[in-house]
Design a protein around this ligand. Structure first.
Ligand code: GLT
Ligand code: MN
Length: 387
């Protein structure tokens, strides 16, 4: 059965294949679901009109595979993608699972491990090019410390910078159409990770040789682990022209990385994230990076629910944006004193002079009406379905 919340390819939804393959293991308990082949995962996604999938090199090609084995894996994957009509828009390298990366990849204290990690990424970029991926995600899962005595953070950032600079040149040299995206996370699996927030990533990007080739893909759960505002963090990336992908999921604040279904925990927060993407015409893939509860037998209710929640919230955004009373309130809040709109956005001596001499009615400005209780209630009622 389908309804207006049934996804279409044009919604451009994507899932990490690792989300579908997730077997429910956690630090305290073993797997709860059977292994699922790449074919089974992609068939299930394609059947539900998912536009694309994201993957790590080792989700498709086993660690340490021979060149022949690698070529066979890619051939099979490309055939499967063609047959199913599903794209691979985002690729990434697993630089965290193998114990060689136990103290970091790009920021390992051992230059040979840093070189090995960089080699692994180059090989992954070749794969990305072959499957038509446009974005390469770097999630620095092991890039951090428990023992700060072990490395200087400026040196470690320098190692990171060297690797990204080198890899940008590699992409340019080979004429690949791929951009890099750094995914921030504050902690887990390390005690503290480098580049913990969107702001840190944006600042770091400006220190690179090719800042125009690098952006970010924030993840809801990672932001909430840091106790920050999801709407504001994504907005910061979008405003900087750096939002290359999104990792949607949900999370109870300030806890271990929960990777819950999008909008399963905080509807209002999820609403504002969808509103941001809709209002500002974000047109890249809408990626979900979450796991089914470990009590689930298979991933399909989970897959459907993530997309459905997004589409329902998209409708709520439209309703909010078209609601007469909401819009009247917003006009009242923002529409006062039109004589000052844009009056000092562009500097001139005249404008400065005028501003210096202007008289303000401080009391009237202080006492203006800000009907936020009413505004927030209207949103609550839209979200609860009574408006
Ligand atoms: C890992 C992590 C995610 C990253 C993935 C990309 S893998 O599951 O929890 O947030 O996006 O490497
Ligand atoms: Mn992620």
């Amino acid at each position: 059965m389908s309804d207006k919340y049934t996804p279409k390819k044009t919604d451009k939804f994507a899932f990490g294949i690792w989300c579908i393959q997730n077997r429910g293991r956690d630090p305290f308990g073993d797997v709860t679901r059977p292994e699922r082949s790449v074919r089974e995962c992609l068939e299930g996604l394609a059947k539900r009109n998912v536009y694309a999938f994201e993957f790590h090199d080792n989700d498709i090609i086993p660690f340490g595979a021979s060149a022949a084995e690698r070529d066979r894996c890619i051939r099979e994957l490309r055939k499967l993608m063609d047959d199913l009509g599903i794209k691979a828009t985002v690729i990434t390298t697993n630089l965290f699972y193998h114990p060689i990366f136990k103290d970091g990849a790009f920021t390992s204290t051992d230059p040979a491990i840093r070189a090995f990690a960089t080699q692994k990424v180059m090989q992954c970029l070749d794969v990305g090019h072959e499957v038509g991926a446009e974005v390469y995600v770097f999630w620095g899962g092991r890039e951090g410390t428990e023992v700060d005595a072990s490395k200087d953070p400026i040196t470690a950032n320098g190692y990171f910078r060297d690797a990204v600079n080198f890899l940008c040149e590699y992409v340019l040299d080979n004429g690949y159409n791929i951009k890099f995206s750094i995914e921030p996370k504050p902690n887990e699996p390390r005690g503290d990770l480098y580049l913990p927030t969107v702001g840190s990533v944006l600042a770091f990007i400006q220190t690179l040789d090719h800042p125009e080739m690098v952006g970010t893909n924030p993840e809801v759960a990672h932001i909430k682990m840091a106790g920050l505002n999801v709407y504001h963090e994504f907005a910061q990336a979008l405003d900087a022209g750096k939002l290359l992908d999104v990792h949607l999921n949900d999370q109870k604040p300030l806890r271990y990385d929960q990777d819950l279904t999008f909008a399963s925990e905080n509807l209002k927060e999820a609403f504002f994230l969808v509103k941001l993407l809709v209002d500002h015409n974000y047109d890249r893939t809408i990626g979900f990076d979450a796991h089914p509860y470990r009590t689930e037998a298979d991933p399909w209710d989970f897959v459907e629910r993530n997309m459905r929640n997004y589409l329902i919230l998209k409708e709520k955004v439209q309703r909010f944006n078209e609601d007469r009373e909401v819009q009247d309130l917003l006009r009242e809040i923002h529409g006062v004193h039109p004589e000052w709109v844009g009056a000092f956005t562009k500097y001139s001596k005249d404008a400065a002079q005028r501003l210096k001499q202007a008289q303000f009615d401080v009391e009237a400005l202080t006492n203006r009406r800000l009907p936020y209780e009413r505004l927030d209630q209207l949103l609550t009622e839209i979200l609860l379905g009574v408006r």
